[in-house]
Design a protein around this ligand. Structure first.
Ligand code: FES
Ligand code: FES
Length: 170
């Protein structure tokens, strides 16, 4: 648990991408700043910093969450996953990442880590989504350069492939 000193940085003990981690954060430090600046997790992107764009989305205990609307101290004792968690043991891309590349679901890639966190969570509970459901899920994310058609195709393809190979994983 956190050190409960009245002022100053507090220890944040949490699980980051499957590994135990500890960092220190002032009580008002945002999770985006904590992950990037303290933990070196630069795959977490910040853009609007007020909960609109979705680029900072991480998974908090499995649920997509806006890191820019979360205080670092709130993740004490919890699990945080960033887009890095999608990689295989040898750094290979998972099926979502491969599909985004195949279908040109990214251009500059700034929005992509957050989108992939939402996609990963979405597909765990939506094995056979409609295009409309995919679009509604993506509507929580703003992409300024590549558009959404390729992303939709990628998500639908991953869902179809997983259904065809239920034991295959990524
Ligand atoms: Fe968090 Fe935009 S940076 S939603
Ligand atoms: Fe550039 Fe989405 S790929 S903002």
């Amino acid at each position: 648990m956190s050190e409960l000193s009245a002022d100053g940085p507090r220890a944040v003990n949490f699980t980051l991408n499957g590994r135990s981690a500890t960092g220190h954060a002032e009580p008002r430090m945002l999770l985006t700043d904590f992950l990037r600046q303290i933990m070196g997790q630069t795959d977490v992107h910040a853009s609007c910093e007020h909960g609109v764009c979705g680029s900072c989305t991480i998974r908090l205990d499995g649920e997509p969450a806006r890191a820019c609307l979360t205080f670092a101290v709130q993740v004490d004792g919890r699990r945080v996953d960033t887009v890095q968690s999608l990689l295989g043991a040898k750094g290979e891309l998972n099926d979502i990442q491969r599909a985004f590349r195949k279908h040109h679901g990214l251009q500059c890639g700034y929005c992509t880590p957050g989108i992939m966190m939402s996609v990963a969570a979405f597909l765990e509970t939506n094995a056979d989504p409609t295009e409309q459901q995919v679009r509604e899920m993506l509507s929580g994310h703003l992409c300024r350069c590549t558009g959404y058609v390729g992303m939709v195709r990628a998500v639908l393809e991953v869902a179809a492939t997983r259904r065809a190979q239920p034991a295959g994983g990524s």
